[in-house]
Unconditional design. Structure first.
Length: 599
């Protein structure tokens, strides 16, 4: 969460929804935030597109038909959470698959499709329904139009309470997923959010005019750009002049601080300047790879700066190279990094060859500029670190999913609380520390903020934090949301189960893209998002092994068995009930209940 001294427009109660929207968008687009709070890969509409394309891949024997089972389950879940889809198609997902029988009557039973979505008959019916859904949503672009209108309507509600906050938060996620899957870059959307909402010169914003301005930045039309890149290599200079859309010139105007003898001008199209920049660098890198293929000499192209302008315009911007997906995340200090490296060398003593292999693969992913290679290297780490049973067990991908979901669920709640604490530290440090000092339970700040969230006796401290966050409605929402979820064992278990399902579906999506890359060189358009998520999964897996090995566990299989046993016992503890049948109250045992089996 960005701490910011907003202009006067945020003081108006009628603008609380607008401020919430701005903060939700900024948080989801910020490269270095919590992985679970970033932009989701897909929404209902783009899940339909993925299913449509996946069926084509199944028919071409590129991906396995078993992919349809998790995809259909995820589509059903996405439908239930998508108010726009429900406004268009009603609230009964199953009825979308009803059809007429031989007597011309509507056969109100589609259980065969959900029981076996991989059969030829089910695939055919699913494809028919998906084609209808996509066609309907694309008529006059009504899904996007309704999404925009609903966001505007919700942001204008006053008072803007928890129910409206929850709706607007999920609408914002739907919107970002739509924009990114339509090829707008995260960097561009982030720039727009900052240009409109985090601009101190805009002192008189209100919902209608601000959102109209926001929508105006997205016309879904590709534009022609001239991207200028530095060129220092004489060897590349003499070869690049042979390629189309590329012009090599002497650096007569001493661009790039006169650091290069030549410049490359690339004519390229893109939805925005950042996408055009990435496309131009990718094109030049591809040309260099072609040269490398023919002369078998190690060559590459990279640059930290580019100059970009609309074709025919005299105005230009200088942009830094975009942050690659693998470098979007929390960076440790040198001191903590050195401590972690020393522990890894010590703790991986039971399998030094694995450690060397894993670290080399991770290094190859980080150093590669090719998104395909990044994904393949990271996925290989998963397979190296998770041994599977080839016989007398279920599918390999399901075995991988079981381990990864156990690892990620172990640290999920703890990581959310740590992120909340960090955000509060940025935005209201004095009040935060004042309220934490009143909490007698807990051995650290994470445990103390958890106590404030779930223990009735700290209601006043929780209210104090909320009341101080008038300019940060997203953090008000998060405190209320976490307090509601974490204060009840049953709701906490449901929250973790829902997270496990999402991770499972996402791992299947990553695996599907991995198979597409291997078998036909293709991938879905959200690949940047899933590579970033996969990097988080890999690092979490390595860190977990490091922690358990440091405790004395002597094999990776034993570590996973121990972890899954802890997970089982923890989930059972969340089923404890009072004599009247209600979930057992969380009180003095809040640390064990909330932080679960992280260690």
């Amino acid at each position: 969460m960005k701490a910011f001294e907003f202009p006067g427009w945020v003081s108006s109660l009628s603008n609380k929804g607008l401020l919430f929207f701005a903060q939700a968008m900024e948080e989801m687009l910020f490269h270095y935030g919590h992985d679970s709070l970033k932009v989701p890969a897909l929404n209902f509409r783009f899940l339909c597109i993925e299913i449509q394309k996946t069926i084509k891949k199944i028919n071409a024997d590129i991906v396995d038909k078993g992919n349809m089972r998790p995809l259909l389950a995820e589509l059903k879940d996405a439908f239930k959470k998508d108010p726009i889809a429900q406004r268009l198609f009603g609230n009964n997902f199953e009825c979308l698959f009803f059809s007429k029988n031989a007597d011309g009557e509507i056969h109100q039973d589609c259980s065969d499709i959900f029981k076996d979505p991989c059969s030829e008959a089910s695939l055919k019916r699913i494809n028919q329904v998906i084609n209808y859904l996509l066609n309907e949503m694309q008529l006059n672009d009504q899904y996007y139009v309704m999404l925009k209108d609903t966001i505007t309507e919700t942001a204008k509600i006053n008072p803007f309470l928890l129910e409206q906050q929850d709706i607007l938060y999920h609408l914002s996620r739907l919107l970002l997923t739509d924009l990114i899957n339509y090829s707008y870059s995260q960097e561009y959307i982030y720039w727009v959010v900052n240009e409109i909402f985090y601009n101190r010169d805009r002192t008189d914003l209100e919902v209608d005019s601000a959102l109209e301005l926001f929508w105006s930045y997205f016309d879904f039309a590709e534009k022609e750009y001239i991207v200028t890149l530095p060129l220092k290599s004489a060897a590349l200079q003499k070869h690049l002049i042979n390629f189309q859309n590329v012009t090599i010139k002497e650096n007569e105007n001493r661009l790039f601080r006169n650091s290069c003898k030549w410049i490359i001008e690339v004519e390229i199209t893109g939805m925005d300047i950042y996408q055009a920049q990435a496309n131009a660098i990718q094109l030049v890198s591809f040309f260099v790879s072609l040269l490398q293929y023919n002369n078998h000499k190690s060559q590459s192209y990279s640059t930290e700066l580019t100059i970009i302008s609309l074709k025919g315009s005299d105005e230009s911007l200088t942009l830094r190279a975009p942050t690659t997906p693998l470098k979007r995340g929390t960076v440790l200090s040198d001191e903590k990094n050195n401590e972690k490296v020393a522990l890894m060398v010590k703790n991986f003593a039971f399998s030094p060859a694995k450690l060397v292999n894993v670290i080399e693969l991770h290094s190859s992913a980080i150093n590669s500029s090719d998104i395909h290679n990044q994904l393949l290297n990271l996925w290989t780490i998963i397979e190296v670190l998770i041994p599977t049973e080839p016989k007398h067990s279920f599918a390999k991908i399901n075995q991988l999913c079981n381990v990864i979901t156990s690892v990620l669920n172990a640290q999920y709640i703890s990581s959310l609380i740590t992120q909340l604490l960090s955000d509060l530290e940025h935005c209201i440090p004095q009040v935060l520390h004042s309220e934490l000092s009143k909490v007698i339970e807990g051995q650290n700040e994470e445990e103390k903020i958890a106590a404030i969230l779930v223990m009735d006796k700290y209601q006043a401290e929780k209210e104090s934090l909320i009341n101080t966050l008038n300019f940060y409605p997203l953090l008000q929402y998060r405190i209320e949301q976490y307090s509601e979820v974490l204060s009840n064992r049953l709701s906490l278990k449901e929250y973790l189960v829902a997270h496990r399902k999402r991770v499972f579906w996402h791992i299947m999506r990553i695996y599907r893209n991995r198979n597409m890359i291997v078998h036909d060189g293709s991938h879905f358009p959200y690949i940047d998002v899933i590579v970033q998520n996969l990097h988080h999964y890999v690092d979490s897996l390595i860190d977990t092994i490091n922690i358990y090995a440091g405790k004395g566990y002597t094999s990776i299989k034993t570590i996973y068995t121990a972890l899954q046993q802890k997970e089982y016992r923890y989930l059972r503890s969340l089923e404890k009930k009072e004599q009247n049948g209600s979930p057992k109250k969380i009180d003095e045992d809040f640390v064990a209940v909330i932080f679960g089996y992280i260690n």
